[in-house]
Design a protein around this ligand. Structure first.
Ligand code: C2E
Ligand code: CA
Ligand code: CA
Ligand code: CA
Length: 276
């Protein structure tokens, strides 16, 4: 799955669950997806674990292809990363998410996922500056989500890019914590504001899988001593939410509090909260 440079030869990529031919067709369509306005954003609420009030929304990209119908991000994001189409797509996501969030009350933040391929583009920080100034969104309301994979290649380039946007006032979250090639050393390399505990540890937390609970407890304690907050992902039931809250996680995200939704539905969420 490595970039073959000229783009002529590609290794079989099992994680895509697609044949070479299907992949070729998807890539062709994805090249035109932005221009054809087939991409859109959903927004999923992140709530304060104690008050259950919405603190931010995570922007999640959706692709409804004219040819293929809806294609899941689990399928097209890896393809977009391999082909570097994630660079223009990611810029569009950043612009769109900042413009939407700028319409929200000032205390509500926006989380935007950023792939390693975006961070190694020389103009990443500039594109964030543009998205902020064009939308009028305060930098403090933008949190960028990255995974440990940014440390695998060009780690210093990625880190410098993130430090540039942190200097603007943005924060950076470490996403999918515990699923990658976890080395705790990564936590020393960047001042992450938040560690997002992956949903694989969270799901079934109420059925008290002793191992998952021990891991969540340890991550919460570690984050706290590093001055970072924790967000638990994939919380689907009230029992899981209560378990997570009692373990001291700061924020919760998951179907129990809200699925990824349209921008208009997201606005209704905090309008309803304000009316209370
Ligand atoms: P992620 O960043 O870890 O996003 C969370 C995923 O978990 C989302 O899947 C969300 O819909 C799903 N989820 C949220 N709550 C629950 C729950 O309670 N239960 C379960 N089972 N799932 C839940 P989605 O939207 O399919 O996105 C998949 C991945 O695609 C994301 O994982 C992220 O890595 C990537 N992605 C999505 N949008 C973007 C984007 O704009 N840029 C980049 N670079 N990657 C993106
Ligand atoms: Ca994320
Ligand atoms: Ca995640
Ligand atoms: Ca994930």
């Amino acid at each position: 799955a490595k970039d073959s440079g000229g783009g002529e030869f590609r290794e079989y990529e099992p994680s895509l669950h697609a044949s070479a031919e299907e992949r070729r067709q998807l890539e062709f369509s994805l090249r035109n997806a932005l221009k054809n306005e087939e991409l859109s954003l959903n927004y999923q609420p992140v709530v304060d674990a104690n008050t259950e009030e919405v603190v931010s929304f995570e922007a999640l990209v959706r692709w409804n292809s004219d040819v293929h119908g809806p294609v899941s991000p689990g399928k097209f994001i890896p393809l977009a990363e391999d082909t570097r189409l994630i660079v223009p797509i990611g810029k569009w996501v950043m612009q769109q998410a900042c413009c939407e969030a700028a319409q929200w009350p000032g205390h509500i933040g926006i989380n935007v996922n950023v792939s390693p391929e975006q961070l190694t583009e020389p103009d990443f920080a500039t594109s964030v500056v543009h998205a902020l100034s064009h939308s009028g969104l305060a930098a403090e309301r933008l949190e960028i989500e990255v995974t440990e994979s940014i440390f695998l290649r060009d780690a210093n380039v990625a880190r410098r890019a993130l430090e540039q946007v942190m200097a603007l006032g943005c924060s950076v979250a470490l996403d999918d914590f515990g699923t990658g090639y976890s080395s705790l050393g990564y936590l020393r390399k960047l001042r992450f504001s938040t560690i997002k505990v992956d949903q694989t540890f969270v799901q079934g937390a109420s059925q008290a899988s002793a191992e998952s609970l021990a891991i969540i407890n340890a991550v919460v304690a570690m984050a706290r001593s590093l001055g970072m907050t924790t967000t638990a992902e994939g919380v689907e039931t009230a029992e899981e939410a209560e378990m997570i809250r009692s373990m001291g996680c700061n924020k919760i995200q998951g179907y129990h509090f809200g699925r990824p939704m349209l921008a208009a539905e997201a606005r209704q969420v905090f309008e309803r909260e304000e009316a209370r």
